[in-house]
Design a protein. Sequence first.
Length: 196
Amino acid sequence: MISKNDLEYIRADFSDIDKEYRNIEKEIWGLEELPIVKKYIELQAKKNALATKRKNLYGLMKYGEYENCNHLWGISMDEYGEYDYVCVKCGLNYKSLRLTNRGKEDSLSFDERVMASVLKGQSFVNDADINLVCDKDLAMALYKKIKEHHPDIDDKTAVKYLEIALEDIRNIEVSEKRKKNRAKRLGLRHDFNRWK
């Protein structure tokens, strides 16, 4: 219980802080009348409106890309050792649907939520096109590099090239420096280390 004496100290502290708060509030209101601050507030409001539109259009764009992709499915293992199907062309990943089905929607990024909504409307993949398990980012980077060098390649041949590249990466020992250079050439993070 708060004593009457303590209550008086609390009231005095509140009064002092309240005065300071109101003075700062008045200063802010005065600043809002300055032309440069008005311009800042106006631009910030426009930026926020554009950010919302941009996010919505990005979601629609990704939904369309995922929905219209002629998927090339591989098997990826996440950092927790769980396997999922992932499209090496567009990145569509069943992990998002798995987490949604487990009630973990709050842990999904915006992209993953879009993926889950696309996957809910599609039939489940029963077989992978690529017969090797590998990291999603590595598989996508290799596929992208193959398409850069062979733009007219068909999916079946691309899969063969991808499987050969993965086998070479796993079977040919290289130095750490070489691995870092390989990651850089493939457009992977500089600290990428999921080669196996």
